[in-house]
Structure formats: C-alpha cells, structure tokens
Write a protein that binds this ligand. Structure first.
Ligand code: C2O
Ligand code: CU
Ligand code: CU
Length: 484
C-alpha cells in the first residue's frame, strides 16, 4: 500500500527524534508502480510572440475515490508553463468561469497597467489582452488569480500556472534546459481531501489565522507520483504554490541542493545547501545530481509556522531539528540514460545585488499585523487593505529601503513590479535563500530590503505589496502604491 498522505501533528513528532534517522517516513520501495509525474504543458512564445490563457472549470481525480471540481487555465487544474523571452508578447486572457478572475504575473517586471492585479479583473465571459514587454533577466515566475477576497480559494481551486523567462543562453552556461527532461517545473502544493476525493477547503479559525494547510502534498496536480530523470544533473524549478505552507526542503539521502537562482534570476555562482526554505510565492532553481542512479525523494520538514507554537517561528532552525520529521514531497527514479549535463561546473552570469551602492531616496517601515489572534482584520501598519486607498507614492528610478516586521508568526512578504535585495534579516546578513534577487521574502522577525523602482504604476492600476499567505492577503494584509 502506497502512502498517499502524511499526518500532521502528534505522530510526526516521534520521527524526528533520531530513532529511525531523518527520513524514517520515506518509503521508496514502490516507485515502479507509482504514476509518472507529468509537467504542465509548455506554451513557448519565443517564435509566436503571443499566448492565450482561458480560465475554465474542470474536474480532477487527485486521489482514488472520485473526481472533484477544480479550475485551471486551458485545462482542468492549474495552467501551462509560459516561456517568454525578452521583448514584446501579446497575452489573451479569457474567462469562461462564472466568477471574476485575474492573471497577475508574479515575478514579472511589468508596469502596473499590465500587472494583472486586483484592479484588472476579467469578468465572467470577458477577455483581457495586455501587450506585455519582457524586460528582465532569465528567471522562474508564475501567474495566478488575484481577485481581492478570492485569491485563496481561486488559487486553491487551481487558477495558477508557470512562467519561465529565458534568454536562450543556458547551453553556454552549462545548465540543463530541456523542458520536461532535465529542466522540470514543479508546482508544490498541499491539499485536503474527503474520503470520496472531494477537495476540502477549511475556513475554521486555525485556517483563517495561520492560512489553510492540507495534509496531502500535490506536485503539478498529482499525488504520490514519481519523476523520471536522467542519471545526471537535473534542474528543478521549485514553486511554492501553497496558500500557507512553508517548505524546508532536502533530498532524502542528504545530497545537496545546488541553488542557482532565486525569484528574480541567477545567483553569481551555485550555492550548495542541504536544506532549502521555500515560503508561499517564492521560487528557487536548484541543480540536483542524480548520477548515482539511486531512487531518492525531495522531502520537507513539517511547517512550524502554525498552531499555538507559531511563536517559535523565530527559532525555526532550532525547533525544526528537534521536532521535524521529514515527509515526502516528490520521488525521483533516475533512468539509465546519463543525460546531457553531467557536471555541476556551470557559469552563471547572474549579478549579485548591489543596490547598497546607490543613493537611498526614502526609507519605509511596514509592520504585518494580525490584530489579536482572536479574529480581528489582517493589516499592514494597522490599516487593512482598501481597494480605493493608495497607501503611498514612490519615484520612478529611485531606490528605497523598506523594513518589514512580523511578530506572532512568519509572513512571506511580496512586492509587485520590483525585484529587491535582502539587506539584512534580524540584523544579520541574509540567509542563503535570500542572497539573490527576490520579490517575496519570508519575514520571521525583521528584514530590511533595498529596491529600485523601474516600472511605473498609476492610481488606476497601482502595485500591490502583501503577505503571500493567501488567507492573510484576502483578509486585508495588503497595500498598494503608485510609481511615477
Ligand atoms: Cu503572487 Cu500579489 O501575488
Ligand atoms: Cu506579484
Ligand atoms: Cu501573513
């Protein structure tokens, strides 16, 4: 019998005590009979310079027992991965659902008027055709619906997809880049299912306060699948597409994850780590060496950012090593084919952030507020989101320093229309995950960010900044600003 889900809570606490080693709950003996992982279809715009997305209703059988209603773009659940190159591309977004949707291009540096946020709704039966100008380095992004008050349920139902910005030069860098072969886009999510396979979404107190977390891991819309990979170097583009769960990823055999890119693009060189934190909305590209040909799994520790113990989030590293047993996120079965890339000697030409050389025109403070843990509104600096209120204005081309603070629990803070640098975290140099260009950063205490505004956003279509725990965003932990 294959394990399809893991249990949260008490049972897990035992696994991490070292009695059975750190991967005690990982069983890879049945990979031969598991379903094969599929990737989202690739919509390549390199030649066509256009792409079309249609939001539609569907039905998906995630687990045995029955199919459940879902939504997606161009398919029943989730959407394609759209590959973009620098320059102009025309998007057509159509909506066949009975509710409003939007397509926010998360991670793309587009002006406010094409950003796809809560001011650019595509009504039921409607269409939106923005002309997009891709003007940024290669990176992994994503798109998702962003209707205020409906983002959490919309994304949970499947209204999200992938983006890849490519400059066509990955061969020169020595990087794996064959989509679906040695370059895998992985949407990591969690869900809850009833006995008859229906997708369950909780609106209980716990889910509203900490964000909803399911007990079953879903990768690219599949449960318990196995990824077939060449026996060589494989690039994983990891997207945390969960509403609220924070992953702390590792390989079950302890082999390193070689981080090559964060949200906004390449690092200056690969950085090996045995544990990678990935919060909702964040992306990371890692190289993994499957050259030993052995079955292995990407695993994660339990999310400690929840429950009455959420206050320990400030001591994540200590807490995790004591409490966290690993659970499986995705299994890998290397084939006999040695693949195209066999060396980790790659030439990344990403630039390390250097905004501290520039004049800082403005400093701002943002505190992510949860009112009382009793159900007051979520807010930033005490003010819940107001669709008709512009919170501040910035100057196009200027550099600002933002200090973000979070108490009670950790929050992934996201800013539209800008790529930022993490200057410090709780007074220290940023952790590895935050050393490159970012648009989403987990605030577990206090972070200081430096950012330069290179794209305009008007009063009519301002940029958002918000917590990417989608329940918090929907409940008002969001603001909006103008760049002019
Ligand atoms: Cu990924 Cu404003 O969102
Ligand atoms: Cu965004
Ligand atoms: Cu939050």
């Amino acid at each position: 019998m294959r394990k399809r889900s893991f249990l949260l809570g008490g049972a897990l606490a035992l696994g991490g005590l070292g009695l059975w080693g750190r991967s005690s709950s990982i069983d890879l003996s049945d990979l031969a009979i598991r379903p094969k992982l599929t990737l989202p279809p690739l919509l390549d715009t390199m030649q066509s310079k256009s792409f079309a997305l249609t939001a539609m209703a569907g039905s998906t059988a995630f687990v045995p027992g029955g199919a459940t209603p879902t939504a997606g773009f161009n398919q029943a659940y989730l959407g394609p991965v759209v590959r973009l190159s620098q320059g102009d591309v025309r998007a057509t977004v159509s909506n066949t659902l009975e509710m409003d949707v939007s397509t926010h291009w998360h991670g793309m540096l587009f002006p406010g008027e094409t950003d796809g946020g809560p001011h650019q709704l595509v009504a039921s039966g409607g269409k939106w055709q923005p002309d997009l100008n891709v003007d940024q380095p290669p990176c992994t992004g994503w798109f998702h619906t962003h209707v205020h008050g409906g983002t959490a349920t919309g994304v949970y139902s499947g209204l999200a997809g992938g983006l890849i910005v490519s400059d066509g030069r990955d061969d020169d860098r020595g990087l794996p880049s064959t989509y679906g072969v040695d370059d895998l886009y992985l949407v990591l999510q969690d869900k809850q299912f009833s006995a008859d396979g229906q997708m369950v979404y909780g609106t209980d107190m716990m889910s509203r306060m900490h964000g909803f977390a399911g007990d079953t891991i879903v990768v690219n819309g599949q449960v318990g699948s196995v990824a077939e990979v060449p026996k060589g170097i494989v690039r994983l583009r990891l997207l945390n597409g969960c509403n609220a769960r924070i992953f702390r990823l590792a390989m079950s055999d302890g082999k390193p994850l070689n981080l090559i890119a964060t949200d906004g693009g390449y690092l200056s060189q690969p950085m090996a780590t045995d544990r990678l934190r990935l919060a909702p909305g964040e992306r990371a590209e890692v190289l993994v060496d499957f050259g030993d040909g052995r079955h292995v799994a990407l695993v994660s520790q339990k999310d400690l950012n929840r429950g009455p113990g959420a206050m320990v989030s400030q001591f994540h590293d200590i807490g995790a090593s004591i409490i966290g047993g690993d659970f499986e996120v995705l299994a890998f079965a290397p084939s006999d084919d040695t693949g195209r890339i066999r060396s980790l000697e790659v030439g990344l030409d990403g630039s390390v952030p250097h905004l501290n050389d520039e004049h800082v025109a403005e400093t701002r403070q943002f505190s992510l507020d949860m009112a009382e843990m009793g159900g007051g509104p979520m807010a930033i600096n005490g003010r819940p989101f107001d669709h008709s209120r512009i919170d501040f204005e910035t100057v196009l081309g200027s550099v600002e320093r933002w200090t973000i603070t979070a108490s009670e629990m950790a929050h992934p803070f996201h800013v539209h229309g800008v790529s930022f640098q993490v200057e410090s975290e709780n007074g220290d140099a940023p952790r590895l995950e935050n050393t490159g260009w970012k648009d989403t950063v987990l605030v577990d205490g206090e972070v200081t960010l430096l950012m330069k505004f290179t794209k305009p956003a008007s009063q009519e279509t301002p940029f958002m900044y918000h917590c990417h725990i989608l329940e918090h965003e929907d409940a008002g932990m969001m603001g909006q600003f103008v760049v002019g």
